[in-house]
Design a protein. Structure first.
Length: 118
């Protein structure tokens, strides 16, 4: 069982930056594929970014160049650095874990709210 706890959300203004963190349990964190997803008001849950165990990253087009996903395997933590935030980035952000490449994201955190005011 993997437990995920997000933190770092809040209310910011457009153009500001914010860093989300996700602390994970589990002895083999370094092998997990970690992802960030978000769900805006009245919308479905969308992919934001992912990072493989070897550090390969992937981003949604809407955040490419503004957001950076990273991981610290020594701390069992994955981060999402969000720069140049826009009001449309307002959402609940969820951390998720998959136990390997091409495996489903079976584990999810409780989410952290990000609100970007214009």
């Amino acid at each position: 069982q993997v437990q995920l706890v997000e933190s770092g959300g809040g209310l910011v203004q457009a153009g500001d930056s914010l860093r989300l963190s996700c602390a994970a349990s589990g002895r083999t964190f370094s092998s997990y594929v970690m992802g960030w997803f978000r769900q805006g008001p009245g919308k479905g849950r969308d992919f934001v970014a992912s990072i493989w165990s070897g550090g390969v990253t992937s981003y949604a087009n809407s955040v490419k160049g503004r957001f950076t996903i990273s991981r610290d395997n020594a701390k069992n933590t994955v981060y999402l650095q969000m720069n140049s935030l826009k009001p449309e980035d307002t959402a609940v952000y969820y951390c998720a874990a998959a136990l390997g490449v091409a495996k489903p994201y079976d584990y999810w955190g409780q989410g952290t709210q990000v609100i970007v005011s214009s």
